[in-house]
Write a protein that binds this ligand. Structure first.
Ligand SMILES: [Zn+2]
Length: 312
């Protein structure tokens, strides 16, 4: 290892542990610059860590360093995988199933648009579990108001939304049988909080959106297990957002869990959309599987049912 590389690794380890190096130049400018270690809090440590990483480091090294920090404190960094918008089988879905063979997969299926051919493909893939992705992935919110797209909002009568969810669940239960778990994945990750109580009353076991779950979101009879890293940049057509930005999202959640600023027990969720992925995104995903499987402190939650507190 070169001395420059050794220095970079040292600085990263310090930042990961919540320390930084401060240079002090004496007023008379004759004596040499002095360096001292300063303890910084988890928030500043994360900001400095991200700045240092994006400026200098190989992003995969960034991820490995964060995982090394989990090793150092004897913790297991857990990840899980969710893929949205599934409707039909084909070579792209085959690639997804192959990529997730060792990781487990929650496949969020659009009930109104799917059918028996997808059910048959899922039945042949023991590591894949199906969740309900809304009903028909239709936006019911007015456009042009900056509120984004909503299927599970109160932009129409609450009963109409719940009727859709009931119909969607019946369809997925009939098609996917034991491969279906009663978990809602709201299209565009948006769910009006007022719908949570009737959703729970219907016997759904949980929900999965985006971002760290808040205190109280997750309890014994209703799970909230979100995704935290989306590898696609959506604004100008779906493209891979790049190794650096994707890994930063993963590391940000892992770092926050390790420091206790978010729910430590929520596994870090990797979100894909197999229909929209380009080759770079696939190569990244396949490399991520290897990276996590190789690291002794990290593992994929391959039993997706148990992630949501559901027994097989
Ligand atoms: Zn979707």
């Amino acid at each position: 290892m070169t001395s420059a590389r050794t220095s970079r690794v040292g600085v990263r380890a310090l930042l990961a542990a919540g320390w930084t190096i401060v240079a002090q130049r004496p007023i008379d400018a004759v004596k040499p610059v002095q360096y001292r270690l300063v303890r910084i809090g988890p928030t500043w440590s994360m900001i400095a860590f991200r700045f240092f990483n994006s400026a200098i480091m190989d992003p995969w090294h960034t991820l490995n360093t964060e995982l090394d920090a989990w090793s150092a404190c004897g913790k297991a960094a857990t990840l899980w995988w969710r893929d949205d918008d599934a409707v039909a089988p084909g070579p792209i879905l085959d690639r997804l199933f192959a990529a997730t063979e060792t990781t487990g997969l929650l496949l969020a299926v659009i009930p109104a648009n799917t059918g028996p051919t997808l059910a048959s493909a899922v039945a042949d893939a023991a590591h894949v579990v199906v969740a309900q992705h809304g009903y028909s992935h239709t936006n019911h919110a007015a456009r042009g108001q900056g509120l984004g797209a909503w299927e599970l909002g109160l932009h129409r009568a609450e009963q109409a939304v719940l009727d859709d969810l009931d119909a969607g669940r019946l369809r997925l239960e009939a098609l996917f049988r034991d491969d279906f778990i009663p978990v809602i994945v709201p299209p565009w990750n948006r769910l009006d909080p007022a719908l949570l109580a009737p959703i729970k009353a219907r016997g759904f076991a949980g929900v999965s959106r985006f971002g760290p779950r808040a205190a109280g979101d997750h309890c014994a009879d209703f799970a909230t297990v979100n995704s935290h890293c989306d590898l696609i940049r959506w604004k100008t057509g779906a493209t891979f957002k790049g190794e650096q930005k994707t890994i930063n999202q993963l590391v940000e959640h892992l770092h926050a869990r390790r420091n206790g600023t978010v729910d430590t027990s929520e596994p870090t969720g990797f979100l894909t959309h197999h229909i929209d992925m380009d080759e770079e995104g696939w190569l990244f995903s396949e490399q991520l599987v290897q990276c996590i499987n190789r690291h002794p402190a990290a593992h994929w939650c391959d039993d997706v049912r148990s992630v949501f507190g559901i027994n097989a």
